[in-house]
Ligand binder design. Structure first.
Ligand code: NAP
Length: 474
């Protein structure tokens, strides 16, 4: 399968006809290739998006809403085909791929409504012959840079509010997952989006990135990915004072109090730590268990994981697929090795799986502590480190000891304790007895080094709007 560039309403093989290969992580085999864009391709995309920006901004909201609704319908009409490709390219089980597509479609549906509620303010008349008000205007050409772990949904979460706000977009997906991005564009290509309004460029970010980031016509850079690259984007955007939204990495604490219900906690850990093989920005990274509950949690978790079917996500029986590539397996192995060296005990797993592709065994570790790499960095793999704690105040302090602040979770049956946790935890999202809090209707995002800005909900569209203040005298 070949993925072409999509620029100015046309599919293009790139001016230089350069390509890069894409692997299926469940087999390690090449499954397709994508165009490795060069400077003239990026220039074409920038030119096309800039040319149509004023016209797209003028399209009436009701018309933009109709298009967004059609995009949601088209995604769901093609869910089988898209899910198959998503699983082949990214590795997640087919049932998770289908949910990702439904989640992506929800953003188009939600912003089809929200586009019709973009409102400014009026202020008390300062004088008898003067009026003041604000208008919300599209920010302009928007570059959307997305990661491989939710390669379809992360594009939708940015593209739907950008298009709704009236901004043309240039999408740059991750090199591991360009095929699903191109498939998404193929689905949308049939819907009559005006040429230039949505553009797709794939390839080496060290070549494409600086060209996109340094162009004065780009007024918004919306990035989802690692904190290290996010910092580079922020620096680059400063050069021409472009607006930046950053959805970056996390180091989520998952706090299990001893009054919590294990029948709720164990499936929650599976969802929050083993979904997508742990490759989730909001994945539980440090599982704090109140000491009295530790043995029960470790045993019940190991028992639940022993029933997990690991394999190629295309098989309907698979519960957990591979990691994205060999480097990901190496990182997880290093984290586990480091933890064991520093005193952690392996309850189960703790090794890569001897099979084709990039698989790591579901792993549970006890006696984990903050001195270990896996409590300091995102492991991005199927490893559940259990850290013991005694008291409420102690666990909140330990949970907050991180430069990251994306998501935190707390499991308890005590409402007062839950609310104290919400107030104490310095994170952009808190799930109380909820391991999967994301929805299209709510603001997703982090504090501290986990990012700037929010995606989803009514806040999400404001990332692509500016306020124009008007004062009229007569
Ligand atoms: P990454 O290495 O930072 O890459 C993210 C995107 O940025 C990719 O498209 C990448 O392209 C591109 N990129 C890399 N260097 C660039 C540069 N110098 N200029 C412009 N673009 C550049 O992250 P990843 O490994 O794909 O994704 C995993 C990370 O994303 C994790 O940290 C995870 O927590 C985070 N994440 C956060 C959220 C959230 O909502 N906060 C959601 C999902 C993921 P290439 O792939 O071609 O290198």
């Amino acid at each position: 399968m070949d993925a072409l560039l999509y620029i100015d309403g046309q599919w293009k093989p790139g001016r230089e006809h350069w390509w890069f290969n894409v692997e299926n992580p469940a087999t390690g085999r090449v499954m397709g290739r994508a165009v490795d864009a060069t400077a003239p391709d990026v220039a074409d995309a920038l030119e096309a998006a800039s040319r149509v920006a004023a016209d797209w901004a003028q399209v009436p909201p009701a018309k933009r809403a109709e298009l967004l609704d059609n995009m949601a319908d088209a995604l769901m009409a093609n869910v089988d085909e898209l899910a198959h490709l998503l699983t082949e390219e990214e590795g997640k089980p087919i049932k998770e791929a289908r949910s990702e597509i439904a989640y992506g479609a929800r953003f188009f549906r939600y912003y089809a409504g929200e586009v019709q509620r973009i409102e400014g303010d009026t202020f008390p008349d300062p004088e008898a012959t003067r009026a003041t008000f604000t208008r919300k205007i599209p920010i302009g050409v928007s570059v959307l840079i997305t990661p491989w772990n939710y390669p379809l949904a992360m594009i939708c979460r940015k593209m739907a509010p950008a298009l709704a706000a009236g901004c043309p977009v240039i999408v740059k997906p991750a090199e591991q997952t360009p095929l699903i991005a191109a498939a998404l564009f193929r689905v949308f290509d049939r819907l009559g989006v005006p040429p230039g309004v949505m553009n797709l460029v794939t390839g080496d970010p060290t070549r494409i990135g600086p060209l996109l980031l340094s162009d004065i016509r780009v007024r918004k850079i919306s990035f989802t990915g690692s904190t290290a690259v996010g910092k580079q984007i922020l620096r680059a955007a400063a050069e021409h004072v472009a607006s930046v939204s950053l959805e970056l990495g996390g180091n989520a604490p998952f706090i299990v109090f001893d009054d919590s219900d294990l029948e709720q906690v164990i499936p929650a850990i599976l969802a929050c730590k083993f979904r997508n093989a742990g490759q989730i920005c909001v994945a539980a990274n440090r599982i704090y268990v109140q000491r009295r509950h530790m043995t029960a949690v470790a045993d019940a978790l190991a028992e639940a994981l022993s029933h997990l079917t690991v394999g190629d996500g295309l098989s309907a029986a698979t519960d957990m697929g591979p990691l994205i590539d060999a480097a990901a397996v190496d990182k997880v192995s290093q984290h586990v090795q480091d933890a064991v060296t520093n005193g952690a005990t392996i309850v189960m797993g703790g090794h890569p799986l001897e099979m084709p592709g990039y698989f790591y065994a579901p792993t549970v570790l006890t006696n984990a502590s903050e001195s270990m790499r896996l409590a300091q960095e995102e492991t991005f793999g199927p490893v559940a480190p259990l850290l013991a704690f005694e008291t409420e105040s102690e666990v909140y302090e330990r949970a907050n000891q991180t430069p990251y602040g994306l998501a935190a979770y707390v499991f308890t049956r005590d409402l007062g304790r839950a609310m104290r946790a919400v107030r104490a935890l310095h994170f952009g999202m808190v799930g109380v007895n909820d391991p999967v809090p994301s929805l299209a209707e709510v603001p997703i995002g982090g504090v501290k080094e986990s990012g700037i800005g929010r995606e989803g909900g009514h806040e999400g569209i404001h990332e692509f709007l500016e306020t124009q203040y008007v004062s009229v005298r007569w």
